[in-house]
Design a protein around this ligand. Structure first.
Ligand SMILES: Cc1ncc(COP(=O)(O)O)c(C=O)c1O
Length: 303
């Protein structure tokens, strides 16, 4: 069945979804966004994603023309209309992109001249790019480019202005094609990855940067909740490259892969260079929470 997508009030086959070349999404990357995933065809924490979306809309002063409750209902309609496209063992993304709509050329791009462009779609959850890292761990690399400072653009606003993240990730991958960026802020503190949050474990304590310099990730919050349930002490604190280099364990968190272990940081082994026991416990707890084996699903895509 052709994928059905939602665009500004209508559900249409994807080939019929069109936006103007003058849309502020294109002219200004003036767009907020969310990405949710499903586990066993059940959307995970969709309400929290929509809550974060509405905070991003508030801060960017974009009026989406519908309430959060209507957004939730519309999102579920889009998801349900596409469910037949995914086999029982597969899952999908549910993505929201909302721009300020048509951009007016000239002095004041901040005025919303018409309706926001509301785009919602689903997409196959392709886990191949990350699947091997559950066993081997990935390589965290600090790129030369730093985070856009929070004083310029608060990273808690989840937005589509992705050039800075893209360049930083590219720099990390020039060091090692399999690297994942560990982007530092202007103070040299660990901030986040281009699409994920960063954790380390030292002497049994799970540490992650506070949200002064990174997105308040839904997966980040999930890991903190799981850690508390498992009795693992947690700290939201300043994390420096030194802390990652000397940690016993390190991992990234993000919606598609949930927890991605890292076994090297800037070419140094993290701990003993193997995926650590606390990382594995957290992954197992997450699998239990969603009633399926997260690692097995991803590994099945590459084996
Ligand atoms: C810059 C950035 N940081 C962190 C994350 C992780 O957030 P979440 O766990 O909500 O997917 C994302 C997700 O896309 C992101 O784009």
């Amino acid at each position: 069945m052709a994928r059905q997508v939602y665009i500004s009030g209508r559900m249409v086959p994807e080939a019929e979804a069109k936006i103007s070349i003058f849309d502020s999404a294109i002219m200004l990357a003036d767009t907020v966004t969310e990405s949710t995933r499903t586990f066993r065809h059940i959307p995970f924490k969709l309400e929290q994603h929509i809550e974060r979306l509405y905070l991003s809309l508030k801060l960017t002063r974009i009026d989406p023309g519908m309430s959060a409750a209507e957004m939730l209902r519309t999102t579920l309609d889009v998801f349900e209309a596409n469910l037949d496209n995914y086999a029982a063992h597969e899952d999908c993304w549910i993505v929201h992109n909302i721009s300020r709509g048509l951009a007016i050329a000239g002095a004041d791009p901040t005025v919303q001249v018409g309706k926001a462009t509301v785009m919602i779609f689903t997409q196959f959850m392709d886990l191949k790019p990350w699947a091997r890292f559950y066993k081997d761990g990935c390589h965290g690399v600090t790129p030369v480019s730093r985070m856009v400072p929070s004083q310029s653009l608060d990273p808690r606003i989840k937005n589509r202005s992705r050039l800075a993240y893209t360049l930083a990730e590219m720099e990390a991958k020039q060091v090692d094609p399999a690297a994942q960026s560990v982007i530092l802020d202007l103070n040299g503190h660990v901030a986040e990855n281009k699409g994920g949050n960063i954790f380390c474990i030292s002497k049994g304590v799970l540490k992650t940067p506070s949200t002064v310099n990174c997105l308040a990730g839904v997966s980040r919050a999930t890991v903190l909740e799981l850690a508390r349930k498992l009795g693992i002490p947690t700290e939201e604190t300043v994390v420096q490259p030194y802390d990652l280099a000397t940690a016993d364990e390190m991992f990234f968190t993000s919606t598609p892969y949930c927890i991605m272990p890292a076994t090297r940081f800037n070419t140094l082994p993290v701990g003993d260079g193997k995926v650590g026991p606390i990382t594995k416990r957290l992954l197992a707890a997450w699998s239990e929470l969603v009633g399926m084996d997260i690692v097995a699903q991803a590994e099945a895509q590459i084996n």
